[in-house]
Design a protein around this ligand. Sequence first.
Ligand SMILES: NC(=O)c1ccc[n+]([C@@H]2O[C@H](COP(=O)([O-])OP(=O)(O)OC[C@H]3O[C@@H](n4cnc5c(N)ncnc54)[C@H](O)[C@@H]3O)[C@@H](O)[C@H]2O)c1
Length: 343
Amino acid sequence: MMLKAGIVGAGDWGKNLVRVFYQIRDVELAYCCDADGNRRKAVSQLFPGVCLTSRFEDILADASVQAVIIASSAITHYEFAKAALEAGKHVYVEKPLALSVAHAEEMVALADSKNLKLMVGHLLVYHPAVSHLRKMVESGELGEVFYIYSQRVNLGKIRQDENALWSFAPHDISVILHLLGQLPVSVSARGESYLREGVEDVVFVNMKFRDRKMAQLQLSWLDPHKIRKITIVGSKKMVVFDDVESTEKLKIFDKGVSGVSYESYGDSLTLRFGDINIPHINMTEPLRAECQHFVDCVLHDKQPMTGGNDGLRVVRIIEAAEHSMKHDGEPVRLPESLAAERT
Ligand SMILES: NC(=O)c1ccc[n+]([C@@H]2O[C@H](COP(=O)([O-])OP(=O)(O)OC[C@H]3O[C@@H](n4cnc5c(N)ncnc54)[C@H](O)[C@@H]3O)[C@@H](O)[C@H]2O)c1
């Protein structure tokens, strides 16, 4: 079985999706749409046989196209995904799914009503190191997960139509929800726009979960360091996922505190400084795994691991963080019914 697909957006990130979908054996990448002639030219030179267009409607008008991949700027996601679903196409959309909860809900409902796949590009969920982390959490190797913090900072691409929160947070939030299996009960955030009025370059987000769990994100494209790290502190072990490292992606610290007794507190605490273990991770390209997963879901009618509802949960948290950020960091509570929802 072959999947005939078209892609919109062949920019800095989209060109990677063009490459990967072009290489997948079960896919015929029939169209690539980009408003920018230079981007189209670059695709035509590298990927012969792909029909190039500046008009998204050209892809929708071809009834033989079954799936559309949306990798254009975030502000276009809702409009393009909605049009593609209405035209009866399965949709893969880059993160963030949409820029508001209302739009994301509408997309999920539309895909459901038409029985079409809607998948969001939460890339890190397909990262072999994150799969390893999830196994560690599920098997109890880390003990009780106490808190998680992530740092995603560099001196990098400064966007104008979305802030650092919408641009970076989907990565870390999707991983945190994947690991904890629950939504936060409250979210707060602070951010500042240093380079362009109204577009925050630096954002700090705090999330509070049930069972005393906490998570914090540091997001910035105005920073001297290039850091992409997630640290998880559990009652038995602590682990760091460093995605900038080329091979040693995970470091597991057999460190902790045991013997907490409230009768003679100070005396009974034992600090444990054990070994640092670097597990071998069989690295496969996360993007390839993600794109292949979308193809398999469409061809074999499976539920995507990062479906529309996962995209919606992430958008819900970011929207709450955005609200908090605009109100001086005031915490925003998410409905209890959502916090109880398994992710
Ligand atoms: N999963 C990841 O790791 C990851 C990494 C980077 C970016 N992204 C996401 O990918 C998307 C694109 O990011 P990017 O860095 O490639 O941005 P970009 O600005 O480099 O590329 C966007 C492309 O979309 C095209 N485009 C915009 N509006 C269009 C329209 N109406 N019709 C046709 N073409 C249009 C532009 O011409 C441009 O080539 C964003 O949603 C971003 O969040 C994901």
